[in-house]
Design a binder for this molecule. Structure first.
Ligand SMILES: Nc1nc2c(ncn2[C@@H]2O[C@H](COP(=O)(O)OP(=O)(O)O)[C@@H](O)[C@H]2O)c(=O)[nH]1
Ligand SMILES: [Mg+2]
Length: 299
């Protein structure tokens, strides 16, 4: 693999070569680790957009891309669909929502299915993001449905995490979305064209006030109506502001530690397979006197 010359192409904005190398990483083709080891560390802001399915994340990203292009900037977007039977079709939705940008030379959009990492983002997302860092982009956006593990993972991967909610169901915010709140650097209340928006915003502020009282950061809450572009300008400006703030050394080290942890975890567990464990356990149990702790002591 003549990686160096290909890297130059990626830096110059060659999306075809970029796509090829994302596949190399995705499929863990031979040499992908040394490829990653040869890369300079990326410095471009990574923005995570998460929230429940149907909140309008893709529509917002579509409009944000518009702002970025207006601003003369370039952007890469990763749409990650935790492949759960409940969210089938999300990737298709993302594609439709952002369809006008697929052929734009300054925009690169890639969808990834999470393939088995239960509730997680994608087993190679950290590495794929690193490669995107090498491309000719000013921003990287990762859109993902906020379910299961993915919200925790997105917070460890993105410099700035925006949680998108919709004005509905007061009680619902307190339960299902509590985890999402924890990781938010910014809360977007999309579908602000709905009649209950003001009430919902108040409710949200009340709910978050004990959180604010405990922590030093105040999380901005921004209402948007993605379909009409309302509030998107403000959102773009807030994101720019947060992205600058996050480049502080402390937060950067924290994020790198989080990524290191996940990479080490993946490396250590790479040859452990749940199905295979079940087979071995079945065999050992047949012999009688099975003990779970003796079983795991050999790993
Ligand atoms: N009324 C209203 N509908 C919206 C708004 N934003 C998105 N939608 C609609 O909500 C649906 C889901 O949007 P999508 O962007 O795919 O949501 P995602 O699953 O979070 O990515 C689509 O039918 C959008 O047209 C909004 O601001 N107001
Ligand atoms: Mg979407």
């Amino acid at each position: 693999m003549q990686w160096e010359s290909q890297l130059e192409k990626i830096k110059a904005g060659d999306q075809k070569v970029l796509a090829q190398f994302i596949s190399v990483i995705e499929n863990q083709q031979e040499g992908y680790v040394s490829l990653l080891e040869s890369l300079p560390m990326g410095t471009k802001p990574v923005l995570g957009i998460t929230g429940p399915p149907g909140a309008g994340k893709s529509t917002l990203v579509d409009k944000l891309i518009g702002k970025v292009v207006e601003d003369g900037k370039k952007i890469a977007v990763l749409c990650v669909d935790p492949s759960s039977p409940f969210h089938q079709g999300a990737i298709l939705g993302d594609r439709i929502r952002m369809s006008s940008w697929y052929t734009h030379p300054d925009i690169y959009i890639r969808s990834l299915a999470s393939r088995g990492s239960l509730g997680g983002l994608h087993p190679r997302i950290i590495e794929i993001c690193e490669l995107l860092q090498q491309g000719d982009f000013d921003w990287i956006i990762i859109e993902t449905v906020g379910v299961g593990q993915s919200e925790i993972e997105i917070a460890g991967l993105a410099d700035v995490t925006a949680v998108v909610l919709v004005p509905e169901g007061g009680d619902e915010i307190q339960t299902m979305k509590a985890g999402l709140m924890e990781i938010a650097d910014l809360i977007v209340v999309n579908k602000a064209d709905r009649p209950d928006t003001a009430k919902y915003l108040n409710h949200l502020k009340l709910m978050l006030s004990p959180v604010y009282a405990r922590s030093e950061k105040e999380i901005p809450i921004l209402p948007t109506t993605a379909i009409t572009n309302e509030g998107v300008d403000q959102l773009y400006r807030t994101l720019q502001h947060l992205a600058v703030a996050v480049k502080q050394e402390d937060k950067q080290n924290g994020l790198l530690a989080e990524k290191a942890y996940r990479l080490i975890e993946a490396k250590r567990l790479h040859d452990i397979d749940r199905t295979q464990l079940a087979v071995l356990i079945k065999e050992e149990r047949k012999q009688g006197n099975f003990n779970l702790y003796r079983f795991v002591s050999t790993y």
